[in-house]
Write a new protein. Structure first.
Length: 489
């Protein structure tokens, strides 16, 4: 009987897909679409795509998918298992704003063509499994995320590495280092280092560009709350998205990065989400607001500290306990740890507080509304694969709830100003100081990620190996500053 019910459910899903697919095709023809673009996410977190003409766009693509060679996709399996299927999500259909010819974009899931099972290295599927695990615990029906990605917009970028040389150079007409530039008309009004937060024009020269980014995001269906200049000089920016459930927010964040980069490019500029592309000024983070909802009920509201529930406090404890391992996903590059440096702007100390932005976990207090109760994890950066990072944080929080972990006392003071002795006395741990250390932490502490088969050992080993190769690549290369430090030794 159970098998029959499962078969009927599968058939009903297929019927719904076919009906939704027929509407997508009809709308595409009605709106003069000429090409169909299929987008999917690789393991590091970057969109890949291929494009077909409208004549190849038929209803069965939403059920049977389209085949492609997955052997060259980063983080996926080797050439002997390379045949894959993209299964487009009909709810993701939107006109792509960057193609010259009218092109419909579809975000896709990945399936194994032999078993027709979801591919276990498809990040979008991992995000969906995390939500399904949440539902299975009975603790909630949805995990809601609101990331705040930051980025830099430069006028040029140059870099190279050879056997006997290495350099990089980013430049911006807005950069404080260009106050003495004499290569043409210099009109001044450049944000001073660490003073780029919220100035009006002409100091903020990027407002119109950010507005164009926001309007383009709205064209593709994103709900934007606001945009502004960030703390650093040289065009550092932030555009905030309204909260969404985990998988839709993963989709939205990939659209966000796609829009930012392409709008910058069509304006003759270049955008990067690197955490630390500029020395001596603030790096780029992605503070991530999150909460669990049960239907229409926010489960993080209660009578505990800062108006939070016991559930929320246990969730915070899970984040803090597993933070070193989480960093392997939330801060997944060697460059990430040039932002996470003691004594500077990044919240590396594993404490929580209300309002206090020097804590790794902050409890916002803008509103007393139960619906506004959430936590903000402040150490992630936007190089993270959103599906993996959100899923990992959710699983860490759920582990804290399941085990009723205690986050300890809040640290309601400027943690940046505390001495090492004061930090030791307060027993405040910190995030890892390198990608290598975060990978070691993940290797030791990952059982919480295996619950519900959200992650599996093979995928985690692949992630560690892929990232460890980047660590080794960095170790092999002399750094230019090392010559300044040691050449005359």
């Amino acid at each position: 009987m159970a098998t029959k019910k499962k078969t009927q459910t599968k058939k009903s899903r297929s019927s719904a897909k076919a009906s939704a697919g027929a509407k997508v095709i009809a709308n595409a023809k009605k709106n003069g679409v000429e090409m169909i673009d299929y987008k999917f996410c690789d393991l590091p977190g970057t969109w890949q795509h291929f494009t077909t003409p409208l004549s190849e766009f038929e209803e069965d693509v939403f059920e049977n998918g389209l085949g492609f060679d997955g052997s060259s996709i980063r983080g996926w399996k080797t050439i002997d298992n390379s045949d894959m299927l993209v299964i487009p999500d009909p709810d993701s259909a939107v006109i792509d704003p960057f193609f010259e010819r009218p092109t419909l974009s579809l975000v896709c899931n990945i399936e194994d063509p032999m078993t027709r099972e979801p591919y276990d290295r498809d990040p979008r599927h991992i995000g969906a499994k995390a939500v399904n695990f949440l539902k299975s615990t009975g603790l909630g029906s949805d995990a809601v995320f609101g990331p705040e990605p930051e980025f830099f917009v430069f006028d040029s970028v140059r870099y190279d590495q050879t056997e006997n040389s290495a350099f990089y150079e980013v430049d911006s007409v807005e950069g404080q280092w260009n106050t003495g530039e004499d290569g043409g008309q210099n009109l001044g009004h450049k944000p001073r280092y660490k003073e780029g937060y919220f100035p009006v024009s002409p100091v903020d020269s990027m407002s119109d560009l950010r507005t164009e980014m926001v309007q383009t995001m709205e064209e593709v269906g994103l709900h934007v709350e606001k945009h502004h200049h960030e703390v650093a000089t040289a065009g550092q920016a932030e555009i905030d998205l309204y909260r969404l459930p985990l998988v839709p927010m993963g989709d939205a964040l990939l659209w966000y990065k796609y829009v930012v980069k392409n709008v910058a490019r069509r304006n003759g500029k270049t955008a990067t989400f690197m955490p630390k592309p500029v020395f001596g000024d603030n790096g780029t983070g992605m503070h991530t607001h999150q909460s669990i909802w049960k239907g229409n009920k926010p489960t993080f509201a209660g009578n505990e500290y800062a108006g939070m529930s016991k559930t929320a406090m246990h969730y915070i404890a899970g984040i803090l306990q597993h933070a070193p391992a989480l960093c392997a996903f939330t801060n997944p590059t060697t460059n990430s740890y040039r932002r996470l440096v003691p004594g500077f702007e990044a919240p590396i100390n594993l404490a929580y507080s209300s309002r206090n932005r020097s804590a790794a976990v902050r409890i916002p207090t803008y509103s007393p509304s139960p619906k506004a109760k959430r936590i903000e994890v402040r150490f992630p950066d936007p190089m993270a694969n959103p599906y993996l990072a959100f899923a990992a944080m959710l699983l860490a929080g759920l582990d804290g709830i399941e085990r009723k972990l205690d986050p300890g006392q809040p640290l309601d003071k400027d943690i940046y100003s505390l001495s090492k002795a004061e930090l030791r006395k307060a027993k405040v741990a910190s995030v890892p100081s390198s990608l290598e250390d975060s990978l070691a932490a993940l290797t030791k502490d990952h059982d919480f990620l295996l619950k519900g088969d959200v992650f599996n050992e093979e995928l985690l080993e692949t992630w560690v190996d892929m990232k460890q190769a980047q660590v080794t690549d960095m170790k092999l290369r002399p750094h230019p500053w090392e010559l300044a430090l040691y050449y005359d030794g």
